[in-house]
Design a protein around this ligand. Structure first.
Ligand code: ATP
Ligand code: MG
Length: 183
């Protein structure tokens, strides 16, 4: 599975629809401080099901919606869509009937957020499990936040074990076991 396109509308500083084609190989994002580089990674994390406002550098989930500037009014919603090449049919069961996965998350003020996969409504959990099984989830070590390296160095053994489990691709199983224990 490979990310092929990221599209943002009203997400943080990306007020106008912005389409980023993610080509094969290494992609670099460069620009001056404050231009939105970290916001792009946050968009990726968010569309994969991140639900902790702190991971998005916000106080509440609605803080991802464009808040307005001196010259432009605030937006009422934010939407991020992520296209994934699934030509090799490596997506987990239930998501494996097409060559492309189109994942969309939209948040509307006072109405919460909703997810779609290939235009079908799904739960946040479905999207989180899809990525947990593919070892690329919102909290996956594949995404390294600014300052995260020093956090890793200081991490407790339990937290470090979770990182290894995620890298080994068993985070989804761990989550399912946890849910089974709660039932
Ligand atoms: P650096 O090089 O310093 O790490 P960066 O390119 O990573 O910078 P970001 O942190 O992605 O920059 O972008 C910060 C910008 O995004 C700030 O100008 C901030 O005002 C803007 N921003 C964040 N949230 C919102 C929001 N909800 N509405 C409008 N603008 C926002
Ligand atoms: Mg940054």
């Amino acid at each position: 599975m490979r990310f092929t396109r990221l599209r943002l509308t009203g997400f943080k500083s990306f007020v106008d629809p912005t389409d980023l084609v993610i080509a094969d190989g290494l992609t670099g994002v460069v620009g001056p401080n404050g231009c939105g580089k970290s916001n792009l990674l946050e968009a990726l994390r968010w569309v994969m099901g991140e639900n902790r406002p702190t991971a998005m550098r916000g106080g509440g989930m609605e803080d991802v919606i464009f808040a307005g500037t001196a010259t432009r009014g605030a937006k009422n919603f934010a939407e991020v869509s992520l296209a994934i090449d699934n030509g090799q049919r490596l997506a987990p069961a239930g998501f494996n009937d097409s060559d492309t996965l189109d994942i969309v998350r939209r948040i509307t003020r006072d109405a919460g957020s909703a997810f779609k996969v290939n235009a079908k409504d799904v739960r946040a959990r479905d999207v989180q499990m899809l990525f947990a099984d593919a070892s690329t989830g919102a909290q996956s070590p594949a995404l390294v936040r600014q300052g995260q390296i020093s956090e890793l160095i200081n991490a407790k053994p339990k937290a470090r074990r979770r990182i290894l489990e995620d890298a080994a691709g068993i985070a989804g199983l761990y989550q399912r076991r946890h849910e089974a224990e709660l039932k």
